[in-house]
Design a protein around this ligand. Sequence first.
Ligand SMILES: CC(C)=CCC/C(C)=C/CC/C(C)=C/CC/C(C)=C/[C@@H]1[C@@H](COP(=O)(O)OP(=O)(O)O)[C@]1(C)CC/C=C(\C)CC/C=C(\C)CCC=C(C)C
Ligand code: MN
Length: 399
Amino acid sequence: MSAALIWVVSPNSQLSSGLSLGSLETEEKRGCNRLSNIVSGKKDVVSSVVANPSGNLAISSEQLVYDVVLKQAALVKEQMRSRLEVEDVEVKPDVVLPGTLGLLNEAYDRCGEVCAEYAKTFYLGTLLMTPERRKAIWAIYVWCRRTDELVDGPNASHITPKALDRWESRLEDLYNGRPFDMLDAALSDTVSKFPVDIQPFKDMIDGMRMDLRKSRYQNFDELYLYCYYVAGTVGLMSVPIMGIAPESNAPTESVYNAALGLGIANQLTNILRDVGEDARRGRVYLPQDELAQAGLSDEDIFALKVTDKWRFFMKKQIKRARTFFDQAEEGVTQLSSASRWPVWASLLLYRQILDEIEANDYNNFTKRAYVSKPKKIVALPIAYAKSLVPPSSRNLVSN
Ligand SMILES: CC(C)=CCC/C(C)=C/CC/C(C)=C/CC/C(C)=C/[C@@H]1[C@@H](COP(=O)(O)OP(=O)(O)O)[C@]1(C)CC/C=C(\C)CC/C=C(\C)CCC=C(C)C
Ligand SMILES: [Mn+2]
């Protein structure tokens, strides 16, 4: 990872605006796991109750996460309705303090620059979106990138759970209209304009907490939860910005579910692409029980050798990642027309990484699968053509 975002974690480092970030270590507050809060309120789940190894009944991660999907969909419907009612009565102009609009524009421009630097193709796609949506997506992108940098960036070895607690307090502050720096100010403005709930943001921080304390996943259920935290959340944050097409008949929750699917698919793909890189950091994200069923262990992964057992195992993992891309596909069509292209582009390009792993004969130990520039160039008009397809009248499956 480049050092360009060192300021994210470096205490007292200066931003280009001249604002100090301050120390991430200063405030003590233990984060609680919001998903486990949901479990305590859950009474009617039958099909997703699974027995854990000690024989206790537990609710599957998929069910827990689906509850978040339902909550997000209900919230956005509710907020849209109340906004419409308010707009019927009066149209309030934004209250802008003298001089702040310029600063805010500068903050959004900086978000755009970060986005262009780290995710060029995606940045180009956002240029097709309406200016308000584009700026909002940049602000979310930057917050996600900074959050990931905390645990994966150059200062990651200094990051403690306390630092993540401090980052979470900053998130709460910006949601309450008290941003800490200019990039937070952009997100603060975004969440005041779009019905974006704080939960997916908090859950992403929980994912980073999980990454700090855990380096093995016993089964797919555990991995699914991790993937939701660090990537499914991005889908849930993005839908209220991308907007659902006015002509879509799909239930809101089905669109959220598709967005969640795209996040999960992307993260599973990330994991499959980075097996060798992660192993060198002592991390194995692949489900331990599935490795064992295939006659494989951590030692086989650390040996970095492609064997027939490995190929067989990888085929199954790739197949599963593709099912999540399939789940996402129908949802993209339901998004507002100008938002469809960047999402299609990201879906097609990310999914191709799986093809590249196959083309590398499953050597994801020492060869990094990537989509070549010519292949990217071919994918973009295909994504554009797909984005022209309007929502069909056929309803999406919710779960
Ligand atoms: C209905 C429907 C399908 C709607 C679309 C919803 C949508 C836009 C979903 C986007 C899904 C998406 C792009 C998820 C990101 C997944 C991802 C790559 C997560 C990465 C996590 C950590 O992984 P790891 O550390 O293992 O990997 P690296 O080695 O660090 O790569 C992340 C890095 C978390 C941080 C995520 C971001 C920086 C991406 C944020 C992206 C957006 C806010 C924009 C999303 C919009 C589009 C159009 C793609
Ligand atoms: Mn990362």
